[in-house]
Design a protein around this ligand. Sequence first.
Ligand code: TRP
Length: 326
Amino acid sequence: MDRVLSGMQSSGKVHLGNYVGALQNWVKLQDKYDCYYFVADWHALTTGYNNPAVLHDSVTDLLVNFIAAGLDPDKCTIFIQSRILEHAELHLLLSMITPLGWLERVPTYKEKQTELSERDLSTYGFLGYPLLQTADIIMYRAKHVPVGIDQVPHLEISREIARRFNNLYCDVFPEPDALLTPFPKVPGVDGRKMSKSYGNAIYLSDSAKEVEQKIRTMTTDPARVKRTDKGDPELSPVFQLHKIFSTKEEQAEVAEGCRTAGIGCIDCKKVLIKNVFSVLEPIWTKREALLADPDRLHAIAEKGNEKARKVAQETMQLVRKAMGLY
Ligand code: TRP
């Protein structure tokens, strides 16, 4: 079985966008591949180094949601990046052979600095973000990396660095490829991309009441002010969510009702609430069970960490040997 690896940065709570965009896909892959999934807590530090409390809580939230979303610790390996110190060693060793220009040219570097301009991201660690990601990936000699389209430049640099290592020393690393997640961007409650930094996210840890409240107050077609106004569903983020969570028949019904003013926005939202609930309810049940049993959660992470560490140690033996460190 080919190896698959992916990680999620622990810089906040898991939201529906993460679920639909990543976790659901990870769950599918665990039956077909030898999958390694991890919490990227060091990556979270590259931008969130001044908020250790958020980082700490977020690691637990991610772990709980990985499993609540359907990752099965008997089928895949779930681990925490910072518990595998070999990632730091590989990151350091790769830094010796990584030209600065390669890192400076990664488009996400400048983009993120602009997007998060209130933070000081002129750090060494932030520039090295894609290099740390490269270490994560090639450590497990992973073939496929399921990610969203925004991560493609990081996969590109991972391949270049793997190639450079193999050329300079000897063949240790296969070149990983991106397994693009076939899912549209999930809009948040204000129509922009769902993101914790926009404050528009529905979290897996939200209660039923909170989810209902968030959907009920969502923006819709701004031109549809009164109940009797006709609307254009394509201009409503509620309809974008219907496309993800509702059946084709329901989508057709609410679209028609919106265009003809046959239904009101609240009627339309009620259908969405019902469907989002049916996705979240099994997750809520599993979350509760896990949160009530921290020992079990701890044991799952420990088992995954150990398994990951074994592979990482094997890789590092090859790397050290190749670089003259023996
Ligand atoms: N950069 C990824 C993200 O923001 C997280 C990540 C870190 C990752 N290391 C990885 C993803 C390795 C895939 C493989 O989502």
